[in-house]
Each structure stands twice: as structure tokens, then as C-alpha cells.
Write a protein that binds this ligand. Structure first.
Ligand code: TEU
Length: 566
């Protein structure tokens, strides 16, 4: 119960395909990561989260696993993995694996068996259903439910050989596992124990709040103009989800210490998150919620929406207040599914460095465990994708096809949104130096390097004490040295201000004031006890110290500390 070391930790996410390529095949690998462990240790992070490295046809870049207890040859071998793990532990860091068990690859032996015949012992390891009554199997509309897949198209694939459909909430090469079947659950728990016995320090659990489906599998609501319905009401936070996660905790984590578990949970609510992360309930340590990364998404997926700061603050305020007493928040702007935050909520032009530092400061000083996605510490930006041919991501390609061919959208209309929000923005190779392929590879990268690597790269950042890199290093240091950052009560200030994000953190007699300017204007923070902060210590800022404590320059962030005299 007390083993909550992760409250003081900073986690760094590595997307192996795009981090560092040691063998010149244009795809990142484990040897490439090993070669940069000192860089990561120097940044001051505590935990490395590896996106999937298991054998996979790479239909969804590894989130389609064909063997859970091995390493994809593209990335290396189990021996290389053990060497990486040893290198991580030698430097006092921890390593968390990606657990992808809502679905497997359709090339996993479990599914190969399951689809081989209707009476195969593993048939019920997946969700198989006959065609919709009265419909010709394999014809449009004959799918058992009207649900759409997250990657475009229907969520059901017809299998000629056995005359039935199988469910896939993501690509058709990612069939959903049937967690109703205790054999499936036991096989997953055994696999997890196998990795923990090998020395890994925990799991990031992929779409884990989708593993429990409503067995009735009812149709979903079909929005106007959309080809498929949203079935999420039947599988988000499903009927047995807490039972399954508590069982997993008992079967896998019981009796083990110093682990970190985080559940990726699209659509999770604050109330559900309290249930998931309440230590007494023994489910997970924290969750990834999506409310803030959906803050600039409207009902029309093909219409860009500007960020409203008051909405973003309302979301964070709700999650900070909701999990203040029980449970724990994760904190993230970026990951391999989100566009680069400096391009999204900051200014990736004239104020790229200032806004990248400001965004990091505001996020990391909230109450929760911060996650840094590779390249975020350099202020990497979205990439200049031109045509659909520039994209590689199955989600972008699938959604583009649906929108243009089935929903009559213009290609440019869809491309405008994909350029801003597409996942490939996060997946361009890590920018290590200014050389032709940014020091990522000596070969041809699987996805083009962002041309701005000549300016934005790790070599330049480490050499420049005023870089985003060194600001993120200071943020990690502050979390490790100032208890109020970890445990202080959170109070939102100026909730209606559309330019300033301000809040305090208070622990005993120590109080921190954090203010971030989300605009290019000079703005004064009209907070109540402004005078009281006049004499406070300026702990951190991202530009020159403000002349007047509470007047912030363009994209400026300030952190003050005072000790109350009562
Ligand atoms: O992502 C689940 C998920 O929520 C994403 O579909 C996300 O909402 C979307 O991509 C945003 O544009 C997880 C993994 O993080 C993702 O990479 C996988 O593609 C997906 O599950 C299936 O495993």
C-alpha cells in the first residue's frame, strides 16, 4: 500500500521504431536505445516506458502482437533486451513494458487456432458471432453490430472459412481477445509474470478499460453522416472491468514491490478513475485519461477546433480535485498517438522554446506523475506532411479512406486535420543531431525526418544551458527535491482567464505559485494576494526574470515558492 514511489517519478516514453537505429535499416531498435541511456539518465527521468517491442507484423506499429514472450527481430532479441534492462537498472532507472491484451495480432498462434475451426478449443478466446439475422454473410450491413473500428471500416471481419465474424475494435489484424474466458485471462497473467520475473518494473496497459464488453453486444448510436456507429457504450469501462483488474492484481502483482502500473483508458471518467486507482481496491496505480487531449476536438472530426484555455483548465481542475483525496493522476501532453504539444497548444514558430518550456512547467507542477514523450524535451514539432502519401499510420490512412470514399469529404479537408492531429506527427524520427538523418539512422528512415532537425536536436540542446532539454531536467530535479510538487494540495486560480494558467500547490507551510502565459501578449496575473507573493523566491522561469512578479511576457512561465509564517 505504501509503495508509491512513482508519485515522485518522471516517466520517459520511448517509441522504439523512431528512437534510434543502430543497424542502419531505417527502423529504431534496442541497441539504439542502449546507446542513449546516458542521455536519458542525464535528463533526470526515473522510468522508461517502451512502446511494444514484441514480434509483430507491425500492422499498427507493434500494437498487434504475434508473440508476447519474445522480441521483434527488427528491434533485437531477448538477449539485447536483457542487456538494455541491465543498463537501465545500473543507472538507477526502471523499465515499464507495454501490455497490449485487449487484442492480439491475427498472426498470433492463439488466433490462428481460433479461426481454424468452430470447434477449436481456442475458438472462444476471441469474439465470434454469426451474421446479422436475415442478412447475407459478408455483405455490407450484415456485421453482428453496427460498430465502427477506430481505424475506419466496420469493427467486424467476416471469416469465409468458418462462416462467422470476429470483432476488432482496431484494425482487422487486431482481433479482440475474449476476457470473459478464464483461460484467456490466465494466459495473459502467466505472460505478465514471465516479464516481471525477467526483471521489468511494471506495465503500461493498452486500452485496458475496453477488455470487458457487454456480452449482449447491442448496436450503437449512428451519428448523421457517419458510416458506422460508436459502440463504446458497450465496451468502455465494461460490466466486469473492475473484477478483471482486481483479479489481475491478485494473480500478477500480489507480493511484488516497486512496480508501476498505468492503464490507458479512453473515455474514462473521474469517478471511474477513482475506483481504478484507489490503492485499497488493488487495480492500477494511475490511468491515462483523454479529456484534455480531446479538448480541441469537436463533434465534426474533420473540423479543426482552436484550444480554449478555460476549457483545458476546467478539465485539469476537475481531475486534480477529483483525485485529490483518493487515487492518482498521470500527467501528459504527448505520446505516440498525439500531435506535438508545442505545435498544438504552444507556438512552434517564434516562441517555440519559450512555449515548450511553459507547457512543460505547467504540466509537471500539477499533482500526478508526469510523462515525457521522446523529443518533447527538445521541443520537437509537428512535421510538414503534404499529401496522404506522406502518412504511414494505419489510423490516418483508414480514417482518410472512410471520410473521402464513404462520407464524401474532400481530401484537403481531411488532410488539414491529419496534418494538425495525425499520430505520425509524434512518430517522426528522434532528432539527435543536425546530420542528414538527424543521427537517427545511417539508412533510410521508415518515416521522414523533420527537416527542422538542423535546428532542433539533442546535441544542440544538451550543449545549450537555456534549452528545453535543460528546463525539463530542472523540472525533474524540482520534483525530486521539493515535496510540495509531489504531495501539495492543488488550487486553480484565474479559471476564467483565456491567456493565463495559474495555480498553487501547498504542503504544510510551503506554497508554490505557478503561472503560465498561453499567449504572445504581456499579461498581468490579477490574483488575490499578489502583494504576498512579491517577496517570494523565484524557483524557476523560462525567460528572463519578470520585472514585476506577476506580469508575464509572451509564453512565459514562473514558479514562486514561499514559506508561510504561522
Ligand atoms: O490507443 C488507443 C487510443 O485511444 C487511440 O486510438 C487514440 O485515441 C487515437 O489513436 C488518437 O488519435 C492505443 C495505443 O496507444 C495506440 O497506439 C494503438 O493504435 C491502439 O491502442 C490499439 O492498440
Amino acid at each position: 500500500m505504501t509503495d508509491q514511489w512513482w508519485k515522485q517519478a518522471v516517466v520517459y516514453q520511448i517509441y522504439p521504431r523512431s528512437f534510434a537505429d543502430a543497424d542502419g535499416d531505417g527502423v529504431g531498435d534496442l541497441r539504439g536505445i542502449i546507446g542513449h541511456l546516458d542521455y536519458l539518465a542525464g535528463l533526470g527521468v526515473d522510468v522508461l516506458w517502451l512502446s511494444p517491442i514484441y514480434p509483430s507484423p507491425q500492422d499498427d506499429n507493434g500494437y498487434d502482437i504475434s508473440d508476447y514472450q519474445n522480441v521483434e527481430p527488427l528491434f533485437g532479441s531477448l538477449e539485447t533486451f536483457d542487456e538494455l534492462l541491465a543498463g537501465v537498472h545500473e543507472r538507477g532507472l526502471k523499465l515499464v513494458m507495454d501490455l497490449v491484451v485487449n487484442h492480439s495480432s491475427d498472426e498470433h498462434p492463439w488466433f490462428v487456432e481460433s479461426r481454424s475451426s468452430i470447434d477449436n478449443p481456442k475458438r472462444d478466446w476471441y469474439w465470434w458471432r454469426p451474421a446479422r439475422a436475415g442478412m447475407e454473410p459478408g455483405t455490407p450491413g450484415a456485421e453482428p453490430t453496427n460498430w465502427g473500428s477506430a481505424f475506419g471500416g466496420p469493427a467486424w471481419e467476416y471469416d469465409e472459412k468458418t462462416g462467422a465474424y470476429y470483432l476488432h475494435l482496431f484494425s482487422k489484424k487486431q482481433p479482440d481477445l475474449n476476457w470473459e474466458n478464464p483461460e484467456v485471462r490466465e494466459a495473459v497473467y502467466a505472460m505478465m509474470r514471465w516479464w516481471l520475473d525477467r526483471g521489468v518494473d511494471g506495465f503500461r496497459m493498452d486500452v485496458i478499460n475496453m477488455i470487458s464488453k457487454d456480452p449482449a453486444l447491442p448496436d450503437g448510436k449512428l451519428p448523421t453522416g457517419r458510416a458506422y456507429a460508436d459502440g463504446s457504450a458497450s465496451y468502455i469501462d465494461g460490466p466486469r472491468i473492475h473484477e478483471f483488474l482486481h483479479e489481475m492484481h491478485g494473480e500478477v502483482f500480489q507480493g511484488r514491490t516497486s512496480l508501476l502500473t498505468v492503464g490507458e483508458m479512453p473515455g474514462v471518467t473521474v469517478d471511474e478513475a477513482i475506483r481504478y486507482t484507489d490503492p485499497v481496491r488493488e487495480e492500477v496505480d494511475m490511468v491515462f485519461q483523454f479529456d484534455h487531449v480531446w479538448a480541441d476536438r469537436g463533434p465534426d472530426p474533420w473540423l479543426l477546433m482552436p484550444l480554449q484555455l478555460t476549457m483545458l483548465k476546467a478539465i485539469f481542475g476537475r481531475w486534480q480535485a477529483g483525485l485529490a483525496e483518493v487515487g492518482w493522476n498521470s500527467l501528459y501532453w504527448n505520446n505516440h498517438d498525439q500531435p506535438r504539444v508545442v505545435s498544438r497548444f504552444g507556438d512552434d514558430g517564434a516562441y517555440r522554446v519559450e512555449s515548450a518550456k511553459m507547457l512543460g512547467t505547467v504540466l509537471h507542477l500539477h499533482r500526478g506523475t508526469p510523462y515525457v514523450y521522446q523529443g518533447e524535451e527538445l521541443g520537437m514539432t509537428n512535421a510538414p506532411f503534404r499529401s496522404i502519401e506522406d502518412f504511414r499510420d494505419i489510423e490516418a490512412l483508414g480514417q482518410y479512406a472512410d471520410a473521402v470514399t464513404k462520407e464524401g469529404r474532400s481530401p484537403e479537408e481531411v488532410l488539414t486535420v491529419l496534418r494538425a492531429n495525425g499520430r505520425d506527427n509524434a512518430r517522426t524520427p528522434m532528432q539527435w543531431d543536425a546530420s542528414p538523418q538527424a543521427g537517427f539512422t545511417t539508412g533510410t528512415p521508415w518515416l521522414a525526418v523533420n527537416p527542422n532537425h538542423t535546428e532542433i536536436n539533442a546535441a544542440a540542446a544538451v550543449a545549450d544551458p537555456n534549452s528545453v532539454y535543460h528546463h525539463y531536467r530542472k523540472l525533474a530535479e524540482l520534483r525530486h527535491t521539493e515535496p510540495a510538487v509531489v504531495a501539495g494540495d492543488f488550487t486553480m486560480l484565474l479559471p476564467n482567464d483565456e491567456r493565463l494558467y495559474a495555480f498553487t500547490r501547498r504542503l504544510d507551510r510551503t506554497e508554490l505559485l505557478v503561472i503560465g502565459n498561453f499567449s504572445a501578449e504581456t499579461v498581468r496575473a490579477e490574483i488575490d494576494d499578489a502583494a504576498a507573493w512579491a517577496a517570494a523566491e523565484l524557483v524557476l522561469t523560462n525567460t528572463a526574470a519578470p520585472s514585476d512578479e506577476l506580469t508575464l511576457g509572451p509564453w512565459q512561465a514562473v514558479v514562486y515558492r514561499r514559506v508561510l509564517s504561522w
